[in-house]
Design a binder for this molecule. Structure first.
Ligand SMILES: [Zn+2]
Ligand SMILES: [Zn+2]
Length: 346
């Protein structure tokens, strides 16, 4: 089969590799849509501590079952499915406490290789985090299962009132998925701050009350002005940059909550004003990855029809044009791209 490999940072190569075969409990999925993700762009640019290169690449996908391994009863060849790329062990300390996003297995047994014609999905993921794709969902929408699961997990880490003023920092796909989820929860006052014209335009179209162009405007001053000098009730940081984590804390009101969603490069540190933390009683939380429960909810939300989510997919490209897709991602005037290995009828 054809697969796009990350050979070294900044270099993708389309190669002919052996088509995977399913072991016991496993399935092989024929990829119908794979989506790009901010994490992929980070790994593309600077490599990843957990990936030895060259590596299969890409983790958001949907498709149809091409082969099932011994003992698989839940799926059959030809079934259309959607899946995430990890699942917990189900019995460790963290799993027992409902924090299965922190399970060792969640991280160590992730499956990569969505930018390929086929992907082999391990048994523990098939059992827990793979679902039949409803016919009314497109493959591209179905592939949003993973990023939406991350966002829904994050949204569980704070409380919300419909009259809260929420600030989302970062207008990429994750920031705008937060916007869509908050809108479904009835939150009306949502400010989105970003740096790219395309993304800010999308934020406005998807229901942001106000957008701030952080490249030319002063977000702190504008957020204070929009909230009568108080600061936002909830600030959701979606850029993964330490300096933005620090400014996020400046823009929350007394008694407010800051959600530090974007993971920063390892080893980086931030400085927090202890007075703000204590005397202003600010809550900081930094949700990571997703639980099994969040994946299930993500499935339900997509199946119910979060139809606006399809607008996060800027365009689609065939697999062989992946290098071009990554150079577009670097420019940032886009959100997510769908990579389609087979043209229809293939
Ligand atoms: Zn992702
Ligand atoms: Zn576990």
């Amino acid at each position: 089969m054809l697969a796009s490999l990350l050979v070294r940072p900044g270099c993708l190569e389309l190669r002919e590799v052996e088509t995977p075969r399913p072991g016991p409990g496993e399935v092989v999925v024929k990829i119908r849509a794979a989506l790009t993700c901010g994490t992929d762009l980070k790994a593309f640019l600077r490599g990843h501590p957990k990936m030895s290169l060259p590596t299969l690449f890409g983790h958001e996908f949907s498709g149809e079952i091409a082969r099932v391994g011994q003992g698989v009863t839940a799926f059959r060849e030809g079934d259309e499915v959607m899946s995430v790329h990890s699942a917990p062990c189900g019995h460790c300390y963290f799993c027992a406490r409902g924090q299965d996003n922190l399970c060792q297995m969640t991280m160590s047994a992730k499956v990569m290789g969505a930018y390929a014609e086929y992907i082999r999905v391990p048994a523990h993921i098939v059992e827990q985090n793979m679902f039949p794709k409803p016919a009314h969902l497109s493959f591209q929408e179905a592939a949003l299962l993973e990023p939406l699961a991350c966002v829904l997990h994050g949204c569980e880490q704070f409380t919300l009132r419909p009259d809260d003023a929420v600030l989302i920092i970062g207008a990429g796909a994750i920031g705008l998925l937060h916007l869509l989820v908050l809108r479904t929860l009835g939150v009306e006052n949502i400010i989105v701050s970003g740096r790219r014209a395309y993304r800010l335009r999308m934020a406005r179209e998807l229901g942001a009350t106000r957008v701030i162009d952080a490249a030319s405007e002063d977000p702190v001053a504008l957020v204070m002005e929009a909230t009568r000098g108080r600061g936002a009730d909830v600030v959701i940081e979606c850029t993964g940059r330490p300096e933005v984590w620090e400014s996020a804390i400046q823009m929350v009101r007394r008694g407010g909550q800051v959600v530090l969603f974007g993971g920063c490069p390892s080893g980086t540190k931030i400085t927090v004003d202890t007075g703000r933390l204590h005397y202003d009683q600010i809550t900081l939380t930094s949700p990571f990855h997703y639980t099994r429960a969040a994946v299930r909810r993500s499935y339900e939300v997509l199946a119910d029809g979060l139809t606006t989510a399809r607008r996060l997919i800027t365009a689609e490209y065939p697999l062989e044009r992946l290098p071009e897709v990554f150079s577009l991602l670097r420019q940032g005037e886009c959100l997510k791209y769908a990579v389609i290995p087979f043209q229809s009828g293939e």
